[in-house]
Design a protein around this ligand. Structure first.
Ligand code: 4AD
Ligand code: MG
Length: 454
């Protein structure tokens, strides 16, 4: 008896006399002389229908099997006379692995709210929506690796435990083995303060200045206490870094990656995407197609401020040259003004991190953000400051000590080159791809302020 996944069974070219499928029962319906089981094993959105005829050993074994129970069904894979599916299983034998009590099993066959499903995150991957979301998450990660691999980027792993604050925002999780109340940092595990990384960029730069083109793809941590639908305390970031590259190359790469992934998901995740198009965000697939049908818009920060000042819209946060763009501004630009992704470059130096390359105007830096409809900032990146004296000055201006960055500065002392990179928030990309509006629903077990269940 050959055990196959439901995705394989449903794609069969011809009937098979003996197969075994395993899965969780989505529904059971009893009729005179037989029962229907709809089985799902997570390998695809569709269920396989199993017919259990009275008089078979399988029928005898059915017992309390109902929604949520885990079973295996062995029998013949035959063409289904019913509508909606090509194949079904005529059950001969049925094994029950685990029953689910109908009085207490929380996933009964009806639609549950996202809020409720967050409280049972350990079970929600058994629903159509979350199964689809997490399959798309997997496929998207593979598309990211494909993209970089085909462009000769080396996949590198940067530390999660660090002593430096890459972004300079101070929103870090402290890691310590000191007992509560103990303050002697020199007695701590590393003999100095340690945090969970907010970004692998600084180490990625070091690796790019040896390997040429690299990218990281891993978890990052931010203790920003912003309880928004777009921020998580633990999220995954994709951070490429290229030697011998400038801001133009960086914008090309950010746009190229975004387009590649959208295209990949449109071609490879049709069935799962259709669910989101139908139930979560009507018109999603067409919108994704239109996003890659033409180039992203590109404007300077100065132009962006001009558009926002002249648009006649009342914003909660005022718009002025020198102030950071808020998500309402970012969304206006992408969603309403350009109606497509837009790359904004050359931001004022005062609102950006110390490592961004200073432009000749001495006011702006060679930064770029990619803004997308419904989400706002998807990518943040820059050309890096490769001039030792300028970088030291910028570190001091930010109130930091260049000595703490000795190894980062060494990269400018020995064989410094123009180089550039960015960070793309993986969960925000998934929100763009699925139309899911809360970041908590694209992460299997989200961490946000006050939430550490599971
Ligand atoms: O713009 P950010 O802060 O850039 C950096 O960390 C750079 N060091 C990256 C680099 O150049 N290598 O963050 C990059 C992206 C943002 O554009 C956003 O998509 C995402 O990371 N992001 C978050 N996603 C979820 N929750 C949060 N709290 C996030 N903070 C940033
Ligand atoms: Mg940013």
């Amino acid at each position: 008896m050959e055990r196959i996944l439901i995705v394989e069974a449903l794609a069969a070219e011809a009937p098979r006399s003996a197969v075994t499928v395993c899965g969780w029962v989505r529904t059971r319906r009893d009729a005179k002389g037989f029962s229907f089981l709809e089985l799902n094993d997570g390998s695809c959105l569709a269920n396989i229908q199993c017919i259990v005829d009275a008089g078979t050993p399988a029928y005898e074994a059915l017992g309390e099997v109902n929604t949520g129970a885990a079973v295996s069904v062995s029998g013949a894979l035959v063409e289904s006379p019913g509508k909606g599916q090509r194949w079904e299983v005529r059950a001969g034998e049925l094994i029950v692995f685990g029953l689910a009590d109908q009085g207490t099993f929380p996933l009964q066959k009806k639609r549950h709210s996202d809020e409720f499903l967050r409280t049972i995150a350990h079970l929600r991957s058994r629903t159509n929506k979350y199964g689809a979301a997490f399959r798309i998450r997997s496929e998207t990660a593979l598309a990211v690796h494909d993209f970089f691999r085909s462009r000769h980027f080396a996949y590198v792993h940067t530390p999660l435990l660090t002593g430096s604050d890459c972004e300079g925002a101070g929103e870090m999780f402290r890691v310590t083995t000191l007992a509560p109340g103990e303050t002697r940092t020199d007695e701590d595990f590393f003999g100095r303060p340690c945090n969970l990384t907010v970004s692998g960029q600084l180490e990625a730069e070091a690796l790019a200045l040896g390997l040429g083109r690299v990218y990281t793809f891993g978890p990052t941590f931010r203790a920003e206490n912003s309880n928004t639908a777009r921020h998580a305390a633990e999220f995954w970031m994709i951070e490429p870094e290229m030697a011998f590259a400038d801001l133009q190359d960086d914008m090309e790469l950010g746009e190229g990656l975004t387009r590649h992934v959208i295209d990949h998901v449109l071609t490879r995740c049709g069935e799962d995407l259709a669910l989101f198009d139908k139930y979560v965000d009507k018109g999603l697939a067409d919108r994704l197609k239109s996003m890659i049908a033409r180039p992203f818009a590109r404007i300077s920060y100065g132009e962006a401020v001009g558009i926002l000042e002249d648009c006649g819209r009342e914003f909660e946060f005022p718009v002025a040259f020198g102030a950071d763009l808020q998500s309402e501004h970012e969304r206006y630009l992408a969603e309403e003004h350009f109606r497509r992704p837009v790359v904004v470059y050359d931001y004022p130096k005062a609102i950006k991190a110390f490592y961004m390359r200073l432009n000749d105007d001495d006011e702006t830096v060679a930064a770029m953000d990619v803004l997308v409809p419904r989400i706002g900032e998807l990518i943040g990146g820059s050309q890096r400051e490769e001039r030792l004296d300028v970088l030291e000055r910028r570190i001091r201006e930010m109130g930091q000590d260049p000595a703490d960055y000795w190894w980062y500065l060494d990269l400018r002392r020995f064989g410094s080159v123009p180089h550039a990179g960015f960070g793309l928030g993986f969960e925000r990309l998934l929100m763009l791809l699925t139309g899911i509006t809360n970041i908590r629903d694209v992460i299997p077990f989200p961490r946000t302020p006050g939430n550490l269940e599971f």
